[in-house]
Design a protein around this ligand. Structure first.
Ligand code: ADP
Ligand code: MG
Length: 699
């Protein structure tokens, strides 16, 4: 048998029935799949326990000793066989409920045995049902691996008799017979450079390591390889995209930009903003389509970056568009851009779902003649009837609300796709961004404008509510405004809604009119009522905004200095961080109070503590990632990150970076992989691509 693609059915000891189970339960279809089915943990079989020091739980242990007696005990149905097992420190029982006839015949009394199995405790005494038994001399002779591999399994497999031992046996067969599977997959120069062991050694050692050291070196070699080919594919894809998608050349920075920059920009840019604009500028002049992700924490100043590059588009006779996920946000963008552009010749308009047909018509026309320079809007911008004369740049704010398909819609508006900048305030750790947005370039604004005071955050128990009310009054007295946010999740919408309304009522009682004015905004309101209430708060007519998370994204009221989050334990970390970002936008000290009940899960506690201790979005995102794993992070669900077999993008961060750098370097020097020492890479890549896989989802 030569091919690693041989169906698993044909492996000795498998057959059609087991093949079906392996395929259904573990997605193992071929020799190759089984060989790359890695243990998820190991038990160290060089370690022995003594009977008087057994762990008081159900762990698996290994003990040396003698069987000194065997008896049968009658039970309700049938009987059980019980062996007395002794070492120098004590006595315990080994128990068999079935199959004991054959076992009894093979057991030799008073011989040195090594037993292995899961402990069971009864009345404070340990026993071991159905242990593995091996005469000690044999054990020593046969000990290939000090570590006993434990593979992921399912209940069904165990019930159908495909035990750990069977899987080990199958893998042993495979390792003994199939030379093809061990073909080297990394070039020699990489093996040398990183001092990696060969593929064949790594595969043997990952299944049957003889020491911790063996295991670690097998793991790093295989993890690197996994990352390396994943990154190669991403980088290749990126190169292809850039080749394929010719982009408009924005060759100059002209008077529109310069005049604004010199005369109208109300502050000087932070270094981070300058750096990011430079990165974007490079893309715009390159002749290839830009596809860039701009990450910046809430309040880091993404809007001005967006405006400046839209001005560059206009300088090069192109139109630009900025799309936001909600009407409120789009409006806010529109207003702040209008303000910034006051006195300039630039024509800018807002298009949303509630734009009147008559206005729309005028706008459509102005877009087609090119008279309109900048269109701000919501999804409405993506509609087919909205046609630009020459859309050169599309900016999408808060991208996770938009799907990939919607991004693509913007492209269809031109023969040549516009440059695309996606802005997000959801910090994604760089490592993760690199892996999932392999086809996007990433820019990061990693510092806030000067003079911001970090928001002071505390976590209070619900019974401290009176104190909180007093604090609200204090803030309002100083002329500030306050947000009070309630959770609203789909599954318990009705209950949540009731909480919100109860809360609103008690706040109304605590803060009576006319001294206090309260806005309320929630998802069940009509859009026009919503924006009316929003508007009153934004304009300072109301001091308190009671809301569900509709205010989460982007709302900017610099005068608001206090954010109170009710049932804070029910929010995710990134959501809490987004919400807190609504305050601390002015020059005064701001506060965030996280309210919760007394009972918190461990994870809930960690989330709230993290918020209290950190204001750094990237740090918070890292904790979030650790708590929830990459699979739950925004945008990663379909990215296939979870399909990594052995590497972990968080824990094996350093290897990921090494793999990424290596992949980049190799493709830079040898873009078509023509060099003879890169043939092994080329071959491995092409054998991967038929697994037509996750890469189809990305971009
Ligand atoms: P976000 O990145 O969350 O969209 P914004 O663009 O809304 O942040 O900016 C937040 C606030 O910071 C705005 O009021 C903006 O005018 C201000 N701002 C942006 N850049 C600077 C800067 N370099 N110096 C001072 N203030 C700035
Ligand atoms: Mg913003």
């Amino acid at each position: 048998m030569s091919g690693t693609q041989t169906a698993i059915e044909f492996l000795k000891g498998v057959g059609p029935e087991r093949a079906r189970l392996l395929k259904e339960e573990l997605q193992i279809k071929t020799f190759q799949d089984l060989l790359h089915f890695f243990p998820n943990r190991y038990i160290d079989r060089s370690q022995f326990h003594s009977i008087n020091k057994l762990p008081q739980n159900n762990s698996e242990v290994q003990i040396k000793g003698k069987i000194t007696n065997i008896e049968y005990i009658q039970q309700k149905r049938g009987k059980r066989m019980v062996a007395r097992f002794e070492d120098d420190t004590g006595v315990m029982e080994l128990i068999w409920f079935r199959g004991y006839k054959w076992i009894r015949e093979s057991i030799k009394l008073n011989q040195d045995y090594v037993i292995f199995g899961r402990l069971n405790w009864f009345n404070g005494r340990a026993n071991m049902p159905h242990p593995e038994l091996e005469i000690e001399v044999n054990f020593q002779n046969k000990l290939k691996a000090a570590f006993y591999p434990i593979y992921p399994s399912t209940e069904k497999l165990i019930n159908k008799g495909i035990s750990q031992r069977i899987i080990q046996k199958l893998i042993t067969h495979l390792i003994e017979k199939d030379g093809e599977a061990f073909k080297e997959t990394l070039p020699n120069y990489l093996l040398n450079h990183y001092k990696f062991i060969s593929k064949s050694k790594a595969l043997k050692e990952i299944h049957f390591p003889r020491s911790q050291k063996d295991l670690s070196r097998a793991q790093s070699r295989l993890k690197f390889e996994e990352f390396f080919y994943m990154q190669l594919q991403l980088v290749l894809k990126n190169i292809q995209r850039k080749k394929k998608n010719k982009g408009f050349v924005f060759s100059k920075v002209g008077s529109v930009f310069n005049v604004f920059f010199k005369e109208q920009l109300p502050f000087s840019l932070t270094d981070a903003q300058k750096r990011v604009i430079k990165e974007i500028r490079n893309d715009l002049g390159s002749g290839r389509q830009m596809n860039r992700l701009l990450q910046g924490d809430v309040g880091s100043g993404k809007t001005i970056v967006a405006l400046l590059i839209m001005l560059i588009a206009i300088d090069n006779s192109f139109q630009a568009s900025l799309v936001a996920p909600t009407e409120i946000l789009a409006k806010q963008h529109y207003q702040s851009l209008l303000e910034l552009l006051q006195g300039s010749q630039i024509k800018i308009r807002l298009l949303t779902g509630s734009t009147k047909p008559r206005e729309r018509k005028i706008m459509h026309q102005a877009l087609q003649t090119g008279e309109l320079n900048i269109l701000i809007g919501t999804h409405a911008v993506l509609e087919e009837k909205v046609q630009f004369k020459n859309l050169g740049l599309a900016i999408i704010d808060e991208q996770h609300r938009f799907g990939v398909a919607q991004r693509a819609k913007l492209w269809e508006k031109n023969k040549t796709p516009p440059h695309v900048l996606v802005m997000t305030a959801t910090p994604i750790p760089r490592t993760l961004a690199m892996s999932i947005y392999g086809d996007l370039d990433v820019s990061i604004i990693d510092s806030l404008p000067p003079g911001r005071k970090p928001v002071k955050t505390s976590h209070l128990n619900d019974n401290k509510r009176l104190g909180v009310f007093a604090f609200i009054k204090e803030q309002i007295k100083e002329g500030h405004q306050v947000y009070i946010v309630y959770p609203l999740i789909k599954e318990s919408e009705k209950l949540d809604y009731k909480d919100l309304m109860d809360g609103y009522e008690s706040i109304s009682r605590g803060f009576p009119q006319p001294q206090y004015q309260i806005s309320i905004v929630h998802g069940q309101m009509k859009p026009e009522n919503k924006s009316y209430e929003m508007k009153r708060f934004v304009e300072g007519e109301t001091q308190i905004m009671v809301a569900t998370t509709v205010i989460e994204v982007g709302v900017n009221v610099p005068n608001a200095s206090l954010m109170i989050i009710e049932s804070a334990e029910r929010f995710g970390l990134s959501q809490l961080h987004q919400l807190r970002g609504r305050v601390g936008r002015g020059s005064d000290q701001s506060y965030c109070i996280l309210m919760s009940g007394p009972k918190l899960s461990q994870e809930g506690k960690t989330r709230l503590e993290t918020m209290v201790n950190s204001n750094d979005g990237f740090e918070i995102a890292e904790v979030d990632l650790r708590l929830r794993g990459p699979g739950n992070l925004m945008g990663t669900q379909q990215s296939g990150i979870l399909k990594l077999k052995i590497a972990d993008i968080i824990k094996d961060n350093k290897l990921l970076k090494a793999a990424r750098d290596t992949a980049n370097q190799i493709l830079k020097q040898d873009p078509n992989l023509e060099r003879s020492d890169n043939q092994v890479i080329k071959r491995t890549l092409s054998s991967l691509s038929f697994e037509s896989n996750i890469w189809n989802f990305i971009s």
